[in-house]
Design a protein around this ligand. Structure first.
Ligand SMILES: Cc1cc2nc3c(=O)[nH]c(=O)nc-3n(C[C@H](O)[C@H](O)[C@H](O)COP(=O)(O)O)c2cc1C
Length: 254
């Protein structure tokens, strides 16, 4: 019986959200896509996605990002593998403090602040691109691990993309046309867990555990590893990734 209710809850949560405002509708109905069709993505679309990234707001308009666009051929040439999930285009997004060195190297005295700032701005650019992709009728998925595409493969991407110090690969947005409609995304937290309306932090542990249980249920259903198993697998690669990032971070202060 519990299984039935969980399934029902899951299915009800997957209903498309009806919203008259087109932008809001795109945002509320976005779902990561893990199977793209063979249909090519035109260079024109890739350019528009890049423009969306470059139009993102940023701290003091510093635009602390760099983008590396690929189609499936150029990706294959560079990485000797296909874009994950059969994506037909991809953009690698980096946090970039290199240009700031030219303008005012004083930022090196405040590495935590400026590193965070660059990551925040570049992440916002990534999201702007995801929304642009979705708005043009394509689908996307952001990657930081699958296919050595981001944060966990700092040294690999640094070498592949000839990244100077002060440029940090964060994520790849892979995109294309979905092979079939994406009907499913994993459950989100109950709003009460993430929105603190009374002006102070309140943790509803029961609801956090409920979400965790729902995620396990979904992973089971999809035949995928549970979050805790995923963490265990991550632990195998994290010591190396952590060291690479720590070394990269140290280079900010020189
Ligand atoms: C920065 C970032 C990195 C991600 N990395 C991966 C990844 O390496 N592999 C993967 O399959 N999904 C990855 N995802 C997708 C998440 O798993 C997905 O966004 C999450 O499960 C929520 O699903 P939804 O996007 O459909 O709402 C990533 C998402 C983000 C934002």
């Amino acid at each position: 019986m519990k299984y039935f209710f969980k399934l029902l809850k899951l299915l009800l949560n997957q209903r498309g959200i009806k919203e008259n405002n087109e932008v809001l509708s795109v945002i509320l109905n976005r779902k990561s896509c893990r199977k793209f069709s063979k249909k090519k993505v035109t260079e024109d679309i890739i350019e528009k996605v890049l423009l969306a990234g470059a139009s993102t707001p940023s701290t003091v308009n510093l635009q602390t990002w760099s983008f590396f666009p690929f189609n499936d051929e150029s990706w294959y040439k560079k990485f000797n593998s296909h874009i994950p999930f059969g994506g037909k285009a991809a953009i690698i997004i980096c946090a970039d403090l290199k240009r700031l060195e030219v303008i005012d190297p004083v930022f090196k005295e405040y590495p935590y602040f400026f590193y965070t700032l660059s990551v925040m701005n570049a992440s916002l650019a990534a999201m702007n691109m995801a929304i642009a992709i979705e708005g043009m009728g394509l689908k996307s998925i952001m990657l930081s691990h699958t296919g050595r595409t981001g944060l966990v493969d700092y040294d690999y991407l640094k070498e592949k993309l000839s990244l100077p110090d002060l440029v940090f690969p964060l994520t790849t947005i892979a995109f294309g046309y979905p092979e079939k409609a994406v009907l499913f995304s994993p459950p989100k937290y109950d709003k009460e867990v993430i929105i603190h309306r009374d002006g102070f932090y309140q943790l509803n542990e029961k609801k956090v555990k409920d979400w965790f249980e729902d995620m396990d249920f979904v992973c089971n259903l999809a035949g995928k590893e549970k979050i805790t198993e995923k963490f265990k697998n991550y632990l195998k690669i994290l010591p190396r990734a952590e060291e690479e990032l720590a070394n990269a971070f140290k280079k900010i202060s020189g």
